[in-house]
Design a protein around this ligand. Structure first.
Ligand SMILES: C[S@@+](CC[C@H](N)C(=O)[O-])C[C@H]1O[C@@H](n2cnc3c(N)ncnc32)[C@H](O)[C@@H]1O
Length: 223
């Protein structure tokens, strides 16, 4: 008998036999080879912490996770949709994910996912040039996972243009994308200083051992 527990604080997040999961929006369909578990309460998709940084952050004790049913999300670096598919489960059909990706080749892989999940809108564009997708509406959350040296600046620029007042942001930072020689802790501290000018820092977790030398910040727009 499968044991299902709702996450105590995070909407749409579950523990299925003590493993993190979301409820599959498109039953019977996998996105990245994840395990599906059928139960009386519906079908769940295990959320793999080695493939998705927010999952790693939750396993590492994240206290604030600002997604909710119906949320509008701007996702920078959506890639082939591994993490976005779990966000899609959480926000449901009333929410929407605008997924920006610079690589044509990578974005191709999200197209079949977006065909089935009507709440994912793939956008081929450079997150450094948000004017390219200036038509995107105001959002509740911006999530950035672009792995580029100026990722914090790129997040701020996008938040200025698209994030609502007091809206939320999350950024996954890979220390080596910013400075290959510096100690990861130093890099995280440096990025925190940049982010603090624009956001309130709400939460911070280091993602090792799931993702080596990565961290995740949860942020709130000041006004
Ligand atoms: C670490 S991967 C993202 C993984 C994805 N977030 C997930 O968890 O499923 C980083 C992605 O950012 C994309 N990227 C890099 N620079 C970018 C830019 N300037 N604008 C948009 N996407 C970018 C890369 O092509 C790559 O697909």
């Amino acid at each position: 008998m499968v044991k299902i527990k709702r996450h105590k604080r995070f909407e749409g997040v579950f523990w299925v036999d003590n493993r993190l999961a979301t409820k599959n929006l498109v039953e019977g369909r996998k996105v990245y080879g994840e395990k599906l578990i059928k139960t009386k309460e519906g079908e769940f998709r295990l959320w793999d912490a080695r493939r998705s940084k927010p999952a790693a952050a939750i396993y590492k004790g994240l206290r604030t996770f600002p997604l909710f049913k119906g949320a509008r999300i701007l996702y920078l670096g959506v890639a082939s949709g591994t993490t976005a598919s779990h966000f899609s489960d959480i926000i449901g059909n009333k929410g929407i994910i605008y997924g920006v990706e610079i690589s044509h080749r990578v974005l191709r892989d999200i197209l079949p996912v977006a065909r089935e999940r009507k709440n994912i809108v793939p956008i081929l564009a450079n997150a450094r040039m948000p004017e390219e997708y200036g038509w995107v509406e105001e959002v509740d959350v911006v999530y950035a996972d672009v792995a580029i040296p100026d990722m914090s600046e790129v997040l701020v620029r996008n938040a200025e243009l698209f994030l609502k007042r007091k809206g939320w942001a999350m950024i996954a930072i890979k220390a080596r994308s910013i400075d290959v020689t510096a100690k990861p802790r130093k890099v995280f501290e440096m990025e925190k200083k940049k982010l603090q000018k624009y956001f309130e820092i709400v939460d911070f977790v280091i993602l090792d051992p799931y993702e080596k030398d990565h961290c995740l910040f949860v942020l709130r727009k000041r006004n």
